[in-house]
Write a protein that binds this ligand. Structure first.
Ligand SMILES: [Zn+2]
Length: 477
């Protein structure tokens, strides 16, 4: 396959104000699109336009794609593109739609159009995949595959079939699969079962991209910790690691390690130790192997040791290597979900401004925890493509990373997280009760406190209760 080497058409650099654009990188984007034949594919995929004036279907789609790819997050950003003749020229657009026109265009798409656009996206990722796979094999000796779903909360009447998420909010699950850093498959589904549809994604999205016998490592979070998933992955001949967080599923592993003397655990560096445990989860067909990691103590005087449990099938590898491979997924999760978290903080700041005229800007400071590697990747991403993280107009600075022992603010955040953890995991409300009044709230709903649980489960914690009351109000839909 031809390598993708960006080779922009001749770009002249000058300093005349009427020829300024903030997005010179559009030239590279356009060149990549041209090489993949994207504009032609878009023209074939969708045809909804009724009138002959203005931007064509393909131009409208390419405008939206290019705008998103250069870091914008809303349709109104297209109005800026319309006015930026140089950027339009770099993108090869003779005409760009207004935000309103683009919105009308999108609202006319049928689910068949969306399906055929998904086909275009899959085709593009298929073009790049061989290079990505051979790169991963060369660098790591295996191909990381990341399977994940994340909740997108919605409100209003226009969202068809939205259903309950973990939080009890209405929404959709955005599912995505990545091979190495490459998106290969994605689905938007109504809420409900978070792990639905994984089999089709693995069969059609992942299997065709991996050469027979190539070592692959599937990693995911607790939502996929179910027997059928594990069996399927092994049936494909792939390795896997899954976080286990459900207290009932963790219990047998924790029971085994409780009282295990320190020399029974292997030091895996950075103050952590780990051990293998084997047992058969109830209702599963086969015994599984688990890594139990005793986490680095983070505070003086912490009474209970903290553990994390990972289901993993390669007990021939050193424990440190298994844990390292599993935690590699953090980089993926951050890239996938990080924008949503930052966006939420951004929304909080916008609301402060709107309701209280408070113009303060926000600053995200993160602990350099044991996910250092992943966080560095995240920091780089922020620097390089900061605006890809949604429209972060209320942020004063890119996120900063600091050692928790050196930052009082991180220690406070840590303490608050600990109080919440005591409330939910240890049923100790003493510390939580002191802070519960201070969570971000609007209209009685505690936005700052969300309980991730099975939506069918009743819960009377403050976070869940505040949403139950809101949902009972008649004007809510
Ligand atoms: Zn709850």
């Amino acid at each position: 396959m031809e390598r993708v080497v960006p080779r922009p058409a001749k770009v002249e650099i000058g300093f005349a104000d009427d020829r300024l654009t903030g997005t010179g990188g559009a030239a590279l984007l356009a060149e990549a699109a041209r090489r993949f034949g994207l504009p032609e594919r878009l023209a074939e995929a969708v045809s909804v336009k009724k009138r002959n004036r203005g931007a064509s279907d393909a131009e409208t789609q390419w405008s939206v794609i290019a705008s998103l790819a250069s870091g914008n997050g809303s349709l109104s950003d297209l109005d800026a593109l319309r006015k930026d003749g140089v950027q339009r020229e770099l993108l090869g657009l003779s005409s760009a739609p207004s935000g309103r026109r683009a919105g009308e265009f999108l609202s006319r798409l049928t689910k068949w159009d969306v399906e055929s656009l998904r086909g275009v996206a899959r085709h593009l990722s298929g073009c790049v995949a061989p290079e990505v796979v051979s790169h991963e094999l060369e660098e790591k000796g295996y191909v990381p595959v990341f399977v994940d779903g994340t909740g997108i909360e919605v409100s209003g009447r226009l969202f068809e079939h939205a259903a309950r998420l973990y939080t009890g909010e209405r929404g959709y699950w955005l599912h995505a699969v990545f091979v190495g850093g490459l998106w290969v498959s994605g689905r938007l589904r109504p809420g409900g079962d978070v792990a639905c549809g994984w089999k089709g994604q693995l069969k059609r999205g992942v299997a065709p991209l991996l050469p027979k016998g190539a070592p692959a490592w599937v990693r995911c979070d607790a939502a996929h910790c179910r027997g059928a998933f594990v069996e399927h992955v092994r049936g494909e001949g792939w390795d896997l690691s899954i976080s286990v967080t459900d207290p009932n599923k963790c219990r047998p592993a924790l029971d085994v390690v409780e009282g295990l003397p320190e020399h029974g655990r292997e030091d895996i560096g950075k103050g952590e130790s780990a051990t293998w445990v084997r047992y058969r989860p109830s209702k599963w067909k086969e015994e599984q192997s688990y890594v139990v990691v005793r986490l680095r103590s983070r505070r003086q005087g912490e009474l209970l040791p903290r553990f994390s449990v990972i289901l993993a099938n390669r007990d021939d590898l050193p424990l440190a290597e298994v844990v390292r491979r599993h935690r590699g997924k953090q980089g993926h999760e951050n890239a996938f979900k990080g924008p949503l978290v930052c966006n939420r903080f951004n929304l909080f700041l916008s609301r402060l401004y709107r309701n209280e005229g408070d113009q303060q800007r926000g600053l995200v400071v993160m602990d350099e925890s044991h996910y250092e590697q992943a966080l560095q990747g995240l920091a780089r991403q922020f620097r390089e493509e900061g605006t890809r993280w949604g429209n972060l107009r209320n942020m004063a600075e890119v996120p900063l990373f600091a050692d928790s022992t050196a930052s009082r603010l991180i220690q406070i955040a840590d303490l608050l997280a600990w109080a919440v953890w005591r409330r939910y995991e240890q049923r100790d409300t003493r510390y939580f009760d002191l802070i519960v009044q201070r969570f971000d709230r609007e209209g009685g709903v505690l936005h700052g406190l969300v309980h991730r649980k099975d939506p069918s489960e009743d819960c009377h914690c403050p976070g869940c209760l505040s949403r139950t009351f809101r949902d009972r109000r008649p004007d809510n839909s």
